[in-house]
Design a protein around this ligand. Structure first.
Ligand code: C2E
Ligand code: MG
Ligand code: MG
Length: 700
């Protein structure tokens, strides 16, 4: 360090610390002086014996700390304390009391004493510690004050308010800036804790109080709590309070001081795009609800926008490109709407728009069209041209909506509808859609239990030889005997199971039931019957599917040819090598592969050739119109002819009339299935059907 004689810091004070003792007994001076000699670095001690002399010395300044006797002749040390701090004295004062009186100590603290010591009951070590804490605490406060002055001079208007509180006091120093943040001038708001506390949002008071008391107790290293404070204009602002306690040697907090930051902007805006965030958006949406309640004609709309390929951009070009894209999207969205509308980013690649006045519903649709078209155009990010596209869901307000979250949920549902319909489009929410969404949810959770609870059952629909009307086999069709909804048809839950992983479980169950059942019928009667089991396309993408089927066959003891697997055409479009592999494994095992619902999908001869199919089922929609529509008739006739030429068996589904049956027979369709001959039936009925057919000799 420069200059001679300057000693290292003591108590954080450069040079020798100067301590003032105010006490009417000189004996105490000698005593303290003696203790100081035991300090590692003894401070200098000055003594004043009267109230007036002491006050004058204090106000004169230059001391690092003061030891003040409680008894000063006729007057009390507390009076001096009050007087000194009232006159701007900032020297930390440690009160020397006669006997331990908790009330006195508290009163001293309230008046700004840094700490207290019980006379005759302290050691050099304790005195050293108390003085050190007092000086350090004062320095902390001094720095705070300095920074406040610096703030208010340099950064007026854009910074934090400061506050300073003697623990337990009614008063609380609130800086000018603190008050102006809430719209008040310095003298409009008294320096009271209540000025703050009574403006806290009722929902936030408890949390704020708890944070403060925990910090005062020393349970947290820092006071940090967000809460809402009511501004002069009546609107709540989001505030962040930060503070730190100054503690005495016993570790008790004597003062707490800190800052107050207005985080309303940060709380209400998305940092990346600068758009309003979910909080602010919900706020605006709620305001729209309020307006709608006053004005029954007022309508507003919510657009829920989800980018179609954001993840792809983010994953392939990196996060900074992703961020750049999001900013670009935000700017384009803003251009799609009017100034009164709100564009917000909810998070990730989800954006929302609140259209303020949507009396004309086409207004909302026009905006949605613009959004979809605008976001389909390429963006330039990170030196690349990228396409993202967006799916949009729309909800228009109506008196049925009472809560913002319901409207948001429906816009979200509609957005999923847009995705499901192929992305890059918008869908307007309608209540039917909502019902479907609800059903999907309940079906999904219900199905998970259905198998354990044995609510699923398999029904069997007979398949006949066209020429003889003899029984050839059955198609196994799943049913759900729902405890509340009664018998549920597969079209109401199989597609949902297919969207989840439940389909594997469901198909496995049906196949196990059906093969076991057929083995019983065949074993008991010797009849050569088959069972057709429907397999979802998802199954074929599983590497172990063929092995699983094979194991089931082994378990049932059925010959492989007795199992027909019905697969829809869409499967075969899925050219994945895995699917091809499973199909050939199954065919090699001897399982009969059949294309179901033939004619409605992407029928392709190439596919029929490529995969080892043995048969096809003409879709019911053609058979149904056979006698009315010449075109449908042509299709059926062509399919039958083609199957014959390729050596495939052909089953006509959904035969309901003799006329249809006759036509199919005439064209050479070998097998039929339909209500005309038999409906799907529960297992006991199917068992009787088998034995009746055998008795009459009408099998095979
Ligand atoms: P699918 O495989 O084409 O089954 C034939 C459907 O046509 C059955 O409907 C059957 O009851 C119905 N049907 C048969 N003959 C007639 C008729 O003459 N007239 C009319 N109107 N309908 C007839 P179901 O049982 O409702 O099954 C519908 C679809 O659900 C099935 O179509 C199949 O794709 C699927 N499915 C059924 N069970 C299962 C299963 O265990 N697993 C899988 N993955 N899908 C299944
Ligand atoms: Mg089928
Ligand atoms: Mg079918």
């Amino acid at each position: 360090m420069r200059g001679g004689g300057v000693r290292a810091t003591l108590f954080g004070v450069r040079g020798t610390a100067r301590i003032l003792l105010i006490d009417d007994a000189e004996l105490v001076f000698d005593f303290v002086q003696a203790l100081f000699t035991e300090f590692p670095e003894p401070p200098s001690l000055e003594w004043r014996g009267t109230f007036e002399a002491g006050l004058e010395a204090l106000l004169g300044g230059g001391y690092d700390a003061c030891l003040l006797d409680y008894r000063l002749g006729a007057r009390s040390g507390l009076d001096l304390l009050r007087e000194a701090s009232g006159r701007g004295c900032r020297t930390p004062i440690v009160l020397l009391t006669g006997q331990g009186s908790r009330e006195l100590d508290l009163e001293a603290q309230r008046l700004g004493a840094a700490d207290f010591l019980v006379k005759g009951d302290f050691s050099a070590a304790l005195l050293e510690r108390v003085l050190r804490y007092a000086i350090e605490g004062a320095r902390t406060l001094e720095r705070l004050r300095e920074s406040e002055e610096r703030y208010s001079l340099a950064l007026q208007g854009a910074n934090d308010g400061l506050w300073d509180w003697q623990v337990g006091a009614v008063e609380m120093h609130l800086s000018t800036r603190w008050k102006s943040m809430l719209g008040y001038t310095d003298d409009e708001l008294p320096n009271l804790k209540a000025s703050w506390w009574e403006r806290v949002h009722p929902d936030d008071t408890a949390a704020l109080e708890l944070s403060l008391s925990r910090h005062v107790k020393g349970e947290t290293p820092l006071l940090e709590q967000e809460h809402r404070l009511r501004h002069h204009d009546g609107v709540y602002r989001h505030m962040l309070v930060r503070g730190k306690a100054v503690r005495n040697a016993a570790g008790e907090a004597t003062r707490v001081a800190g800052s107050l930051t207005d985080v309303t902007e940060a709380r209400s805006h998305d940092a990346l795009t600068g758009l309003p965030n979910r909080v602010l958006f919900t706020d605006r949406l709620e305001q729209a609800f309020v307006r709608a309640r006053r004005d029954p004609d007022y309508r507003f709309a919510v657009l829920f926008i989800d980018l179609d390929r954001f993840k792809y951009v983010n994953d392939s070009l990196g996060h900074s490109a992703g961020d750049e894209l999001l900013v670009g999207i935000a700017r384009r969205l803003e251009r799609c709407v009017r100034a009164v509308d709100t564009v917000a980013r909810l998070g990730g690649d989800e954006f929302t728009v609140l259209l303020d006045d949507a009396r004309e519903p086409d207004g909302a649709l026009r905006v949605a069209t613009r959004v979809v078209e605008d976001l389909a155009r390429p963006f330039h990010v990170g030196g690349h041209q990228v396409f993202t596209g967006a799916s949009v869901g729309i909800t228009i307000s109506s008196p049925q909506y009472e809560r913002a979250e319901d409207l948001m949920r429906d816009a979200d549902t509609a957005m999923y509808g847009a995705k499901a319909q192929g992305k890059g489009r918008f869908v307007v929410f309608d209540p039917v859609m909502h019902e479907r969404a609800m059903r999907v949810l309940s079906v999904e959770s219900g199905l998970r239990r259905a198998i354990d609870e044995r609510e699923l059952e398999v029904h069997y629909q007979p398949v006949f030889a066209t020429a003889t009307r003899h029984l050839l086999g059955f198609e196994a069709l799943v049913r759900w005997r729902h405890p509340e909804h009664g018998m549920v048809a597969p079209l109401d839950f199989v597609p949902i199971a297919e969207d989840t992983d439940l389909i594997a479980m469901l198909d496995r169950y049906v196949m196990r039931e059906a093969t076991a059942q057929l083995a019983r019928w065949r074993g008991g009667t010797g009849a050569d019957l088959f069972v057709g089991v429907n397999a979802s396309r998802k199954q074929f993408a599983r590497a172990d599917f063929a092995a699983e089927v094979s194991a089931l066959l082994d378990a049932s003891g059925l010959p492989a040819e007795a199992l027909h697997l019905e697969v829809t055409e869409t499967l075969t479009m899925d050219d994945a090598p895995l699917v091809g592999l499973q199909l050939s494994k199954l065919a090699n095992r001897g399982v009969v592969l059949v294309i179901d619902d033939f004619g409605v999908g992407y029928s392709s001869l190439a596919v029929l050739h490529r995969f080892p199919f043995k048969g096809l089922k003409v879709d019911r929609s053609f058979v149904m119109n056979l006698d009315q529509s010449p075109r449908a008739a042509e299709v059926v006739r062509a399919i039958i002819a083609m199957a014959g030429a390729l050596g495939l068996s052909c089953i006509a589904e959904g035969v309901e009339s003799e006329a249809q049956f006759e036509q199919l027979r005439a064209w050479g369709c070998s097998r039929v299935q339909g209500f005309l001959l038999a409906r799907p039936m529960p297992v006991e009925e199917a068992a009787r059907f088998v034995s009746d057919a055998i008795r009459r000799g009408e099998v095979g």
